[in-house]
Ligand binder design. Structure first.
Ligand code: DX5
Ligand code: ZN
Length: 222
């Protein structure tokens, strides 16, 4: 699949869930065409968010927007089918949640959708080297997963550049996604460091004018 990079991916975790359809449509009106869905189980991360039922609704109202499902859950393999049925175009699983990461990635791809691997801030990229040839995206967590509205971990810039180098040396084709603490002030620097997909939750959905904020963020990385 060809994407017009870099991409802004609003995370609906920060949306107003009493007006979810309207918030998503505002983000799309501003130019977003990639929706990031944060699935949290209260075990792998301390927070509980939403499940396949909400993703199904989101997929229905998001037109042809790309639905990116970020699984911050234990035993992710048990839920892959549900999120595929719900309309996920991509599912990313945390390296830290599955002892059989290669099997998880194979299972996602067997459904004909894209597969990604996620690493937490304290997880070295060298842990995921063996899987890099199989994934469509690597998600670098730039906050500790579980909540929106946290500050970007500054050492992440080095990790992004490290991953760009690994991709170049290994001639891999995966996208690099950055997730957590992205805002108007740092988005340009993060894109320049090598991010292809930039997730933004609070900086999008806390804005008074969501379409204008999406446009503002996208203008900074175009
Ligand atoms: C955190 C989630 C992120 C978060 C981003 O666990 O994976 O996607 O919602 O939200 P902001 O942009 O507010 O940090
Ligand atoms: Zn996320």
């Amino acid at each position: 699949m060809n994407f017009n990079l870099p991409i802004l991916a609003p995370s609906i975790l920060a949306a107003d869930f009493t007006n979810l359809e309207s918030d998503i449509k505002k983000a799309i009106k501003g130019g977003a065409n990639w929706i990031h869905c944060d699935i949290m189980d209260g075990h792998f991360v301390p927070n509980i968010s939403f499940g396949p039922g909400v993703v199904k609704q989101v997929s229905k109202i998001s037109g042809d927007a790309f639905i990116d499902v970020h699984l911050m859950i234990e035993n992710p393999d048990d839920y892959i089918d549900n999120f595929v049925e719900a309309g996920a175009d991509m599912i990313t699983v945390h390296y830290e949640t599955t002892p059989h990461l290669h099997r998880s990635v194979q299972k996602i791809k067997s459904h004909g959708i894209m597969a990604g691997v996620v690493v937490n801030p304290a997880t070295s990229l060298f842990n995921i080297e063996p899987i890099l040839e199989y994934v469509d995206m690597v998600l670098i967590m730039t906050v500790n997963p579980g909540y929106g509205g946290q500050s970007f971990i500054e050492s992440s810039y080095h990790k992004i550049k490290e991953l760009v180098d690994i991709r170049e040396t290994g001639e891999y084709g995966f996208l690099i996604q950055i997730d957590g603490g992205v805002n108007l002030k740092n988005i340009q620097k993060i894109a320049k460091a090598g991010a292809d997909v930039l997730v933004a939750g609070n900086s999008v959905f806390s804005a008074k004018d969501i379409p204008a904020r999406v446009k503002e963020l996208m203008d900074k990385i175009s």
